[in-house]
Design a protein around this ligand. Sequence first.
Ligand code: ATP
Length: 222
Amino acid sequence: MRDPLPLGIFGGTFDPVHVGHLRLAEEASETLGLSGVRWIPAGQPKHREAPQVTPAHRLQMVRLATAGNPLFSVDPAEVESGEASFTVPTLERLREKFGQRQPLILLLGADAYAGLNTWHRWQEIFSFAHLAVAHRPGYPVNADTLPAPLAEEHRQRYAPEPATLAAAGAGIITTFAMTPLTISATHIRQILAQGQSPRYLLTQPVIDYIDLHHLYRNNDGS
Ligand code: ATP
């Protein structure tokens, strides 16, 4: 029986989802030879500030942004659980669902990776998934600048060749280049709060949704 292609797992607050996220998932699919990318919007992430709009709105925007790409699917479980979101229980659930032979690759931007050692039970991530880190302008990925415990894992687990990841189910760290985009959700929220146009930073269905629900234009958190 042939080994299954790796499946990408892409979590985030997506507050809102923007073209930086979409290019990351698209370019990861190509570079890492993924069978698809499963997008998992966080419910209430514990390791960062509360998102500005509700989990249901963020989930809906991810659905709109990813619709039409056959490689992308959306997993609503973290949003629907109504509880604080943690990555390890989510990976545990996916490992159970897909079985031991399925390579799972957690996709992360370089900024998120640099803070990985502050995540709940972070060292267990490697028992359930590989990690592929996308370069992001302003956030170099380098064992010499990572926090000590993470640098140690990085040195031990790093493999430069994406092909290595397909041969095992979990436990390898790699990096991949993507079109450098300095887009961030923080900047987009600022643009919207100032009444400026977010056109071409977000997909049009997401812009239409934001307009329809008057999101981010004022700070009422709706
Ligand atoms: P915020 O500005 O609110 O912190 P963000 O734009 O970083 O948001 P998140 O939802 O926090 O978006 O990010 C989800 C994942 O996408 C993270 O792993 C993050 O590193 C990655 N990511 C987001 N934007 C980019 C980008 N422009 N280039 C590379 N990775 C990115």
